[in-house]
Design a binder for this molecule. Structure first.
Ligand SMILES: NC(=O)C1=CN([C@@H]2O[C@H](COP(=O)(O)OP(=O)(O)OC[C@H]3O[C@@H](n4cnc5c(N)ncnc54)[C@H](OP(=O)(O)O)[C@@H]3O)[C@@H](O)[C@H]2O)C=CC1
Ligand SMILES: CC(C)(CO)C(=O)C(=O)O
Length: 320
C-alpha cells in the first residue's frame, strides 16, 4: 500500500486519540499506540467512529501496543492523547520517536507540554473542548463540542521559520480533515482558559456522578465561584492573560454557554473514577493549589476538592 503523507503517530490512543486517528486518516498515514483490546478490535473489524464528527469505518489504521513493535521511522507529527498522569511515562517509553518529530499535546491539564518539551525539539500545545467516549473497544463516539480545537507553538509562537512552517502544515492538515481549529499565539493562555472548565466541572461531576448540566445547580454556585476565583488569582500570579475580565465573566460564560453545550454528557474524570483509574486532578485543581502555595495565595476550594478526589481514587470501592 503506498504511504500517505504526512505520517502521524498517536501515543496513548483512547477516546480522544482514536477519534483523531479516524478523522486524520483521511489525509495522512496514521499509526496509533493503544491498548491490546482496541488493537484487536481494530484489526478484526476496523476503527469505528460515530457521532457529531460523522460516521466512519477505517481499516487502514496501524496499531502498536509497545515501543519494540514500532518501525525505525521518523513521524512528521506525534500526537499525545494519553491522560496527563501518563505523559511522563509514555514520553519515556517512546523517547526515541519523540527525538525526531513535532510533538502535539491534545490533553487536559496544565504541565503536559513542559514534560513533552524535555523529549521533543518542537511542541505544539492544544486544547480540545469536545466530549468523546466509547461505544465498545475500537468504536469511539463524539457526543458534543463547545469550541474548536485550539493549537499553538508551546510556550509561544517565537519559533524559527522552519518550526512555524511545521505548525502551519499541522493546522492545514487538521482543516483538510474537517476539524474545526483555531491557531493561537498564546497557547499557554488557551490551556489555562480550557482548564477553567475542567477545574469547575470535572471533579464535581465525578463526585456527584452527575452530567455536566447538573453543575448549574444553585447549591454549587459558591463552590464553583471559589474554584474559579482562586484560579484567576493564581493565573494572574503566573502572568497568564485570561480572555475574561474577571471570574464572574467566566462563570457567566460557563453557565450560559458551556454547561448547555455539554448538557447530558459526563466529563472524562467521571469515567476515570467509575473505572477505578487515577484522575488528572493534580494537573487541574491540584496544580492551582500547589502553585497558589508557591505565591502565598490561599486556595481552600481547590485544595479541598483535590484532597477529596485523592480519597475517591483510593477508596472508590467503598464510596461507589
Ligand atoms: N474524553 C473526553 O471527552 C476528553 C478528554 N480530554 C483529555 O484528553 C486526554 C485523553 O483522554 P481520553 O482519550 O478520554 O483518555 P483514555 O483513557 O480514553 O485514553 C488514553 C489511552 O491511553 C492508554 N495508554 C496510557 N499509557 C499508555 C502506554 N504507555 N501505552 C499504550 N497505551 C497507553 C490508556 O490505557 P489505560 O487506560 O489502560 O492506561 C488509554 O486507553 C486526557 O488528558 C483528557 O483529559 C480532553 C477533552 C475531552
Ligand atoms: C470538555 C470536556 C468537559 C468534555 O467532556 C472535557 O474536557 C473532559 O471531559 O475532560
Amino acid at each position: 500500500m503506498p504511504e500517505k503523507s504526512p505520517s502521524v503517530l498517536i501515543l496513548g490512543a483512547g477516546a480522544v486519540g482514536l477519534s483523531f486517528a479516524a478523522v486524520l486518516s483521511g489525509h495522512s498515514e496514521v499509526s496509533v499506540v493503544c491498548r491490546e483490546k482496541h488493537a484487536k478490535a481494530i484489526y478484526e473489524k476496523g476503527l469505528e467512529l460515530s457521532g457529531i464528527w460523522g460516521e466512519h469505518l477505517i481499516r487502514e489504521i496501524i496499531c502498536y501496543t509497545s515501543p519494540d513493535m514500532l518501525p525505525e521511522k521518523n513521524y512528521n507529527y506525534t500526537i499525545i492523547t494519553a491522560k496527563g498522569t501518563d505523559t511522563e511515562n509514555i514520553c519515556n517509553e517512546y523517547s526515541k520517536v519523540l527525538r525526531d518529530t513535532t510533538a502535539v499535546s491534545f490533553q487536559n491539564g496544565i504541565g503536559n507540554e513542559d514534560i513533552i518539551g524535555r523529549y521533543s525539539p518542537l511542541v505544539i500545545g492544544g486544547t480540545v473542548s469536545t466530549n468523546f467516549g466509547f461505544v465498545s473497544d475500537g468504536h469511539v463516539i463524539i457526543n458534543s463540542q463547545s469550541d474548536p480545537v485550539k493549537t499553538g507553538i508551546y510556550p509561544d509562537i517565537q519559533g524559527s521559520s522552519k518550526e512555524t512552517d511545521k505548525f502551519i502544515s499541522f493546522i492545514a492538515l487538521l482543516k483538510k480533515c474537517g476539524i474545526e481549529v483555531r491557531e493561537s499565539d498564546d497557547i499557554r493562555a488557551e490551556i489555562w482558559s480550557k482548564s477553567l472548565l475542567n477545574i469547575a466541572v470535572n471533579p464535581l461531576a465525578a463526585i456527584l456522578k452527575a452530567p455536566i448540566k447538573k453543575l448549574g445547580d444553585d447549591d454549587l454556585k459558591e463552590t464553583i465561584s471559589g474554584l474559579i476565583n482562586e484560579t484567576f488569582l493564581v493565573a494572574e500570579a503566573e502572568g497568564i492573560d485570561l480572555p475574561w475580565e474577571d471570574p464572574d465573566s467566566y462563570i457567566s460564560y460557563l453557565k450560559n454557554y458551556q454547561l448547555n453545550a455539554f448538557g447530558d454528557v459526563y466529563p472524562s474524570m467521571y469515567y476515570d473514577i467509575i473505572s477505578g483509574k487515577r484522575t488528572e486532578i493534580d494537573l487541574l485543581n491540584g496544580y492551582i493549589s500547589k502553585t497558589g502555595h508557591k505565591y502565598g495565595i490561599d486556595t481552600p476550594y481547590n485544595t479541598c476538592i483535590t484532597n477529596l478526589m485523592h480519597c475517591f481514587e483510593k477508596s472508590r470501592r467503598i464510596l461507589f
